[in-house]
Write a protein that binds this ligand. Structure first.
Ligand code: ZN
Length: 100
């Protein structure tokens, strides 16, 4: 049997006793050429893409990859907390709030 634990609070998740929630986060790099350059028809987009790819190749650090996917297992409580604040904004404020 596979063993799961919550990636936020570390609580064990027994698949037979508890609902497990999976959060998948996909981060995709979007390259949008500036609109001002539209008149410039002879622009060599292929060369630019090559340059971007070269630059990407230099760094093997995975944080520079144009597309990344992360997957987390969450328990019921952490799922609720995550949905309330997916990006972790205002975490200080939320801490005060949860203390009641
Ligand atoms: Zn949890």
């Amino acid at each position: 049997m596979m063993h799961f634990s919550c990636d936020l609070c570390g609580k064990d998740l027994d698949p037979e006793a508890q609902t497990r929630y999976v959060v998948t986060i996909a981060v995709t790099q979007v390259f949008e050429p500036l609109c001002e350059d539209e008149a410039e028809d002879d622009r060599d987009y292929l060369q630019e893409i090559d340059q971007i790819l070269e630059r990407t190749d230099v760094h093997h650090d995975s944080s520079n990859e144009p597309h990344q996917e992360m997957r987390y297992d969450l328990c019921c409580d952490c799922r609720r907390r995550f949905l309330r604040n997916p990006l972790g904004r205002d975490s200080a404020k939320q801490l005060d709030f949860s203390q009641n």
